[in-house]
Design a protein around this ligand. Structure first.
Ligand code: UDP
Length: 448
């Protein structure tokens, strides 16, 4: 490793973006590169930076007038992206100048989608800018096709075909129409708001794109012909769950909320594979009526459960066998051995965490890439099932299918086999380990 190498990792301020970006930062730092991690001022102040390697430091960027609040009702559609880009460029440039003045200039900028302006800073510094794709490689291909001549075709399919019709897109596993990313189809206000930032991400892409996945999971998509070279460097999880080299490295450290204390003791008192874990990530909140249906299904299952219900509790039943928390250290929960089924929205981080821990899933996808991830879980890897509706009978069917005899046993066997592939990816000489080391030694990694 050349001493002068210095990665500036720029992350959009959202839990699902920060977690994989922080893990990449730690991995690069462990390869003894210097790394500066940059996200918004507010989110940076909530990170747990105590267990970071010594070569990793934190320098937040400004979001201008959105430094005070970055919540939906306060975001002004007319100037949101220009304000984020202009404030971001200004403060990231100042950070880079300070680093250069301190004798450690940035040699490569790595950014995730929604912060495409980081590329402009890299251009000014005359260093490479590399996209770190934090969703499935399959989704990268869908977005790439969309922004490279296939938008009309994809929109036509989405609007004219039945939701369950299958679509064959080159280099992408067979999806159904309903699995197409909501962001591309601008189905929600938030999709509309951020669509131009996604579009900008796909303009002027570097040849190499780093992806938070691993060869054993998405081999055919990764190797499919395409303009970008997709380099799998995931799963972006702490060492204790992947290569096993650092058993103390267990928490992601990116949590924007504090986990409660008591649930791990409760979890460790439960039988192996007996608990249903329910969580819909950091963003989605299900309607009360759906929470009531989940409560009924959990009660009927008679199984112990741990439910992350952020914010509102109406409709969320704790009952005798349940524990309800505001937030938990999810990866530690999934790795505990007690969890036998994850009822999830299929966010990509949650999906990967479940894969690494060998826990089969019941998918209740909500928006963006979650429907496609759920499809991969069910149809490609056979480690879970999609709940067609958030209704008691359907949820009960799915939970029993995953945790019961017969098909459930096959699912659990496949989940264990996939988990073993996931852990191999980061062992010394494993595919992601090799890919990451090759990247840092390459000119794209900032070596001249
Ligand atoms: N997470 C957590 N504790 C919780 C809920 C979520 O640590 O109680 C973490 C989870 O482990 C994952 C991230 O938050 O790393 C959520 O990312 P994901 O892509 O699954 O969903 P999003 O929040 O982006 O919808």
């Amino acid at each position: 490793m050349e001493e002068k190498q210095h990665f500036l990792i720029v992350s959009f301020p959202a839990q699902g973006h920060i977690n994989p970006s922080l893990q990449l930062a730690k991995r690069l730092a462990r390869l003894s590169a210097r790394v500066t991690f940059s996200t918004s001022i507010e989110y940076n102040s909530r990170l747990n930076t105590s267990s970071s390697p010594p070569t990793l430091s934190f320098s937040p960027y400004s979001q201008g007038k959105y430094d005070k609040s970055f919540k939906l009702p306060d975001l002004d559609p007319s100037d949101l992206l220009t304000e984020l880009a202009s404030a971001g460029i200004k403060s990231l440039t100042a950070i880079a100048n300070e680093l250069a003045a301190s004798g450690s200039p940035v040699t490569c900028v790595i950014f995730n989608f929604l912060v495409p302006w980081a590329r402009d800073v890299a251009a000014d510094l005359a260093v490479p800018a590399v996209l770190y794709w934090i969703q499935a490689a399959a989704l990268f291909r869908v977005y790439h096709l969309f922004f490279n001549g296939h938008a009309e075709k994809i929109i036509n399919i989405a609007t004219q075909e039945k939701p369950t019709s299958e679509i064959a897109l080159p280099g992408v596993p067979t999806l159904q129409v309903r699995d197409l990313p909501s962001l591309l189809l601008k189905k929600l206000t938030v999709d509309e708001l951020f669509f131009p930032a996604v579009e900008a991400t796909f303009q002027g892409l570097s040849r190499v794109v780093l992806v938070n996945t691993f060869d054993g999971l998405e081999k055919s998509t990764l190797t499919a012909a395409g303009e970008a070279e997709l380099v799998a460097i995931g799963p972006a999880l702490p060492s204790a769950y992947t290569d096993g080299e650092d058993e103390e490295d267990k928490a992601i450290g990116g949590d924007l909320q504090r986990a409660e204390d008591e649930y791990m003791a409760w979890l460790s008192a439960q039988k192996e594979g007996s608990v249903v874990y329910v969580s819909f990530g950091s963003h989605s909140v299900l309607p009360v009526s759906e929470r009531e249906e989940i409560s009924k299904a959990l009660r009927e299952s008679g199984r112990p459960y741990l439910w992350v219900a952020r914010g509102e509790r109406e409709g969320v039943e704790e009952g005798e066998k349940g524990r309800v928390v505001e937030w938990c250290s999810q990866v530690e929960v999934l790795a505990s051995g007690a969890v036998g089924c994850f009822v999830t929205h299929c966010g990509w981080n949650s999906t990967l965490e479940s894969v690494v821990c060998g826990v089969p899933m019941v998918g209740l996808p909500q928006w963006t890439d979650q429907m496609a991830n759920c499809r991969l879980v069910e149809a490609e890897w056979g480690v879970g099932v999609r709940a067609e509706k958030a209704e008691k009978a359907e949820l009960s069917r799915c939970i029993e299918l995953v945790m019961g005899e017969g098909e459930g046993e096959d699912m659990r066997r496949r989940a264990k086999a996939l988990a073993s592939l996931a852990r191999d990816a980061f062992r010394e000489g494993g595919s992601s380990d090799r890919n990451l080391r090759a990247f840092v030694r390459s000119p794209m990694g900032g070596l001249t």
